[in-house]
Design a protein around this ligand. Sequence first.
Ligand code: FES
Length: 80
Amino acid sequence: MLEVEVFGLASGKQIDKFTTQQTSQQNFLEILQDRGITIASSCFGEGVCKRCLINRSQLSCQLSPADISSESFKIEVDYL
Ligand code: FES
């Protein structure tokens, strides 16, 4: 299991905290949107618009829990 914390840099607040399976086939863009968190996207996860940035340099649509080797992962979103 991967423990995920979502932190908004604009608000200075924790937006969400949840656990997910590292075997999940979903990427983080899909996981966050399913949880009702607004993450920008205009290419629907094709990896070209670069609007879904998390942690300043990671494309959430190209990153999944299986890519995270630690037990916890903090996601920072500039505009939340
Ligand atoms: S949604 Fe467009 S690059 Fe991730």
